[in-house]
Design a protein around this ligand. Structure first.
Ligand code: HEC
Ligand code: HEC
Length: 285
């Protein structure tokens, strides 16, 4: 797409949505160091596959100083209560096999690096899996326990714990080989216009990041910070719950969390953040 065409689309939907006129407020210049020790890369050169964006930014760079500060210290980050709950669950025996997560995985630190490479192709299953899918697979097939609800509390808490042990590592999902066709589906969804507003993810998060939409400062819609604790709904939010909210905002019927469409979209969106640090669980408004 030519620069001009992009600009026209950008402006057309900007006026439809009431974006501030040319009020590009950009990402700020702040640095994120969590607990004074974990350095987080919040800005990086865009991965080669991205055609229209040169630099990628974490959503953290678009938040207010107050919101940013809450994430910079784990004592202030409200996600940590939920992470502690997940640590107890990690050691809790459940299901017909009499096992807990720690029976097989020992310390959760053994999963360091895992968050950074998911969604990931699973050879045995012949499918791309999100972390949530993999956790439910372990519950069902390794523990003989009930699956957790895809966007439910137990699941988002556990994903937060597993993300936390990878904080600071660069996102690095694979998009080639057997994952490629799923990635391409995800890319197509990203550029598809949904709903009565006929807006794609790209119309907001690629063409208009940095602009204000109503009272909100639009980011690139990256997922390196997930799960995110939102001050707005005072709970941890998973990637697919956020996708659902964004699709609903275009007044479209949304897809099922955990379903093939959002899984493909997650792989694609994750790949747009390759190079940014794993930040989760993060804090957003
Ligand atoms: C009986 C042993 C067992 C138990 C119990 C178990 N897992 Fe697993 N887990 C595995 C095996 C085996 C794999 C590798 C599976 C594969 O690649 O198909 C795995 C893979 C994973 C992965 C992906 C790791 C990677 O490198 O891609 C995650 C995340 C995970 N398990 C989380 C959990 C959680 C959370 C629990 C508890 C709710 C749990 N597991 C319980 C055996 C277990
Ligand atoms: C009408 C504009 C609009 C559209 C279309 C839209 N979003 Fe969003 N999205 C927002 C706003 C506003 C926010 C909150 C501010 C921010 O973080 O950008 C947001 C936030 C997000 C976030 C959270 C980012 C973070 O760092 O916490 C993700 C992820 C996201 N969107 C993904 C998507 C995806 C994927 C699509 C397409 C299915 C999409 N959005 C479509 C407006 C939109």
């Amino acid at each position: 797409m030519s620069y001009n065409k992009k600009l026209t689309i950008g402006l057309a939907c900007a006026s439809a949505l009431g974006f501030g006129v040319a009020a590009w407020a950009g990402p700020d210049e702040d640095n994120l160091v969590i607990n004074g020790e974990i350095e987080i890369v919040t800005e990086a050169a865009a991965p080669e596959h991205m055609e229209y964006v040169d630099t990628i930014y974490s959503g953290w760079r678009f938040r207010s100083d107050e919101t940013q500060a809450v994430q910079a210290d784990d004592f202030d980050n409200p996600s940590m209560i939920f992470v502690e709950t997940a640590m107890e669950v990690w050691d809790t025996v459940e299901g017909t096999e009499g096992k807990s997560c720690s029976s097989c995985h020992n310390d959760v630190e053994s999963l360091r690096g895992v968050r950074a490479v998911y969604p990931k192709w699973n050879e045995k299953a012949g499918e791309v899996r999100t972390l949530e899918h993999q956790i439910n697979d372990c519950r069902e097939n390794q523990m003989g326990a009930e699956k957790w609800k895809y966007t439910g509390g137990d699941m988002v808490n556990m994903v937060s714990l597993i993300s936390m042990v990878s904080r600071g590592m660069p996102m690095n999902v694979a998009i080639d080989g057997p994952a490629q066709s799923t990635w391409e589906q995800g890319k197509e969804l990203y550029y598809t216009r949904f709903g009565q507003l006929e807006l794609s993810c790209a119309n907001c998060h690629e063409d208009n990041y940095g602009n204000m939409i109503r009272a909100d400062h639009l980011s690139q819609g990256q997922i390196n910070g997930f799960p995110t604790y939102r001050l707005k709904n005072t709970k941890l939010n998973s990637v697919h719950a956020r996708f659902k909210g964004c699709v609903r905002d275009t007044r479209a019927h949304t897809f099922k969390p955990g379903g093939p469409e959002f899984t493909a979209l997650e792989l694609y969106v994750a790949s747009r953040g390759n190079g940014l640090s794993v930040e989760g669980p993060s804090v957003r408004n």
